[in-house]
Design a protein around this ligand. Structure first.
Ligand code: HAM
Length: 418
């Protein structure tokens, strides 16, 4: 065993699998960009209070899973458990909402939750997220959902389902939670659970214990309390999704793990992943910005779990494209040609070609073995004779054929055959 190991529960990607991870992440990001979302790059730690207020005290994320510490100035700092609160903080702080609305941004990076690690559940994990701020229209809800769905389809995923619901507006919530609290008051539950329900009664629907979830089976259902306006909004979202050709099911018992949600909420569930099946989720958060001290603007977004999406691709045995291979591998023979070999490689790299060199003192056999292993399309052996004559053999590593090339015009010759 090596002396140092990565901390428990972190996800790591290194060659060869890192190629696939990179491809998945880029595919998700490309989909966001195609719908007009722009990069927002945010700190991985923020004031603890931002998450306590933004994400909500009743959530597991805030009450049990935050990596919180005091910095050297005695400030309470938390490693970001999610991206939305940070985006809102940045939008408010930098007045991004003063320009044209909606503000459409995407982000990607590491997030931190002190969960019990298992396959697909990590303490440091990766998300690609988007947020669209300042637009009430149901069409934007459908756009956000479609950005995720399009990326999943482009990756080749099939074995997943989109679940949607509506959590209604403030009026819905008020009348619903009143009835829900009355219902919960009749249940035989322990004091800690009752306290949790007092903070947010919806939490009992996604309690980790089955017996608590069972008690909630006959609880009133939020969807029955939607105001006319909320119901019309939700109907329109469904119309849009159908018009886009995106399949969905309505899950009227969905509870998102974060407190800021209002109106449309959704989750993508993969059927081949076992317990950690949520590959992405999101929804509207119409009160969040005002709650964090900004203007009263609405917003909607999602977070997609890149780790789990890669696992989903693997579960479906999708052949993710390899990163483009090296184009040329140069094998220098002897100390005297090394400088010429690395300079040739450098010149070609400046021209945009992907080139590597057999470093170390290798004989021809060892050098060609390295060329083979590198996966390069072509190999070029450079000895003193080749340098003197200015010509060398270019070997096509796939066919085994060789042709004579002039070193001076190598770049053009390569571009012709690549
Ligand atoms: P979330 O549902 O908490 O939402 O997380 C989104 C996705 O991140 C999950 O569906 C899952 O794929 C992945 N994920 C979460 N926790 C872990 C973990 N411990 N290990 C591996 N993957 C994980 C949010 O974070 C919201 N900020 C999404 C959002 C944006 N809503 C509106 N805008």
């Amino acid at each position: 065993m090596s002396k140092f190991q990565a901390p428990k529960g972190v996800s790591e990607y290194f060659p060869e699998r890192s190629k696939h991870f990179g491809f998945v992440r880029e595919t998700l990001i490309a989909s966001a960009r195609r719908s007009g979302y722009e990069l927002i790059e945010l700190p991985v730690f923020e004031d603890t209070e931002l998450f306590a207020r933004g994400v909500g005290e009743s959530t597991d994320v805030v009450s049990k899973e935050m990596y919180t510490f005091e910095d050297r100035g005695g400030r309470s700092i938390t490693l970001r458990p999610e991206g939305t609160a940070g985006v809102m903080r940045s939008v408010i702080e930098h007045n991004l909402d003063r320009g044209q609305l909606p503000v459409k941004v995407w982000y990607s990076g590491q997030f931190f939750r002190a969960e019990r690690p298992q396959l697909g559940r990590y303490r440091q994990f990766y998300q690609v997220g988007i947020e669209a701020i300042g637009l009430q229209d149901p069409e934007i809800d459908a756009e956000v959902i479609a950005v995720a769905d399009t990326a999943f389809k482009q990756l080749g995923l099939k074995n997943y389902r989109l679940e949607i619901t509506s959590l209604g507006d403030a009026i819905t919530r008020e009348s619903y939670t009143k009835d829900l609290r009355t219902y919960i008051a009749t249940l035989d539950i322990d004091e800690a659970t009752r306290e949790r329900a007092a903070l947010n009664p919806l939490r009992l629907f996604d309690d980790k214990r089955e017996e608590v979830r069972n008690l909630m089976n006959s609880a009133p259902i939020l969807m029955d309390y939607l105001t006319q306006e909320s119901a019309a909004h939700f109907t329109r979202v469904q119309e849009c999704l159908s018009s886009f050709g995106i399949d969905f099911v309505i899950n009227n018992r969905m509870v998102r793990g974060l407190d800021y949600y209002t109106g449309t909420a959704f989750e993508f569930v993969h059927m081949g992943l076992g317990a950690q099946s949520g590959i992405g989720g999101g929804g509207r958060y119409d009160g969040l910005m005002a709650q964090l001290g900004g203007a009263d603007l609405s917003g909607i977004g999602f977070g997609l779990g890149v780790d789990r999406i890669l696992l989903a691709c693997e579960a479906e045995q999708i052949a993710l494209p390899e990163e483009s291979a090296l184009q040329l591998f140069i094998v220098p023979l002897g100390e005297n040609v090394k400088l010429a070999a690395v300079t040739l490689a450098q010149t070609l790299r400046v021209e945009g070609l992907k080139v590597d060199v057999a470093y170390g003192d290798r004989a021809l056999k060892g050098g060609m073995k390295a060329a083979d292993k590198s996966g390069a399309r072509f190999a070029l052996v450079l000895g003193e004779n080749e340098l003197a004559s200015g010509t060398a053999e270019l070997k096509n590593m796939q066919t085994g054929e060789s042709s004579s090339v002039t070193l001076r015009t190598l770049q053009e010759d390569l571009k012709k055959v690549l």
